[in-house]
Design a protein around this ligand. Sequence first.
Ligand SMILES: [Zn+2]
Ligand SMILES: [Zn+2]
Length: 348
Amino acid sequence: MKALVYQGPGQRSWQEVPDPRIQSPTDAIVRVDTVTICGTDLHILKGDVPEVEPGRILGHEAVGTITAVGSAVQNRKVGDRVLVSCISACGRCRYCRDGRYGQCLGGGGWVLGHLIDGTQAEYVRVPFADTSTHLVPAGVTDDQMLMLADILPTSYEVGVLNGTVRPGDVVAIVGAGPIGLAAILTARLYSPRTIVSIDVAESRLEAARKFGADVIVNPDTESARAVVDSLTDGLGADCVMEAVGTPGTFEESIRLVRAGGHIANIGVHGAPATLHLEDIWIKNLTITTGLVDTYSTPTLIDLVAAHRIDTAPMITHRFTFDEFEDAYDVFSRPAQTGALKVLLAASK
Ligand SMILES: [Zn+2]
Ligand SMILES: [Zn+2]
């Protein structure tokens, strides 16, 4: 088969590799029908994730069809259409028993495209198939389902739920990339009073409007704090979500929140950020961070199936597998290409 192989920092290729085989009785082999690229894959390619070894097949999001199951798989069978979640779960360890699958101690967690070969391939071996895949319900398209592999549960769990968004809240979301936009979509489920989207890219702010932001702010031209103050009698936002992952955007998030408010960090950070405890100790803030657990994926699937959220507009570009190199190129230059999420299909 062919797969997108990481060859060390800055190097990748769509190339011939051996087909995956069942290695453990709880495995399934999935023929990948549609797959996407994550910002995290770009971090890997930059060399920011040193655990990823050269030769690794990248990717942790896919929709596909099961072609083989191990002898211990009970709830999946050949022919099932499934979502392959970015998080695998052994289902038995202390963390899995607590619904914290991202921290799985039994060989799951974020392993696909990280510690084991991933989904950017014609076939992928999925460990713990019973607890690491979700059946695709009738009436839900691949486009919609694919967004539930990572960005929707990540923004919902790590942003909206950790940030405890409540009806009537003023919610500020720093960053309008795919995660920030998914945070807008899922924050709306809780009827906030106002959603403020903050980004320096005008094309992303326009997208934020389409996804439901009430107010958009480009901090290059106006002060986000002044805008939030004007909406909150100078108090600050009830909940601020950090969806970028830089020291500056984290520190800005702290400046935007009200006393007693929540800062939910979703961004993946590669450098230290300063926490001014000498200023904020007195403000009764709650700061949360997190890797997604995907415990919310079944809920999100139900919401998509019931047309309560539409994830399909997240996909801005479409490719076939033989155009993988082009897809990476387009996805890695969003300022020029306007890319949010790119979808790659086995065939057109
Ligand atoms: Zn991801
Ligand atoms: Zn586990």
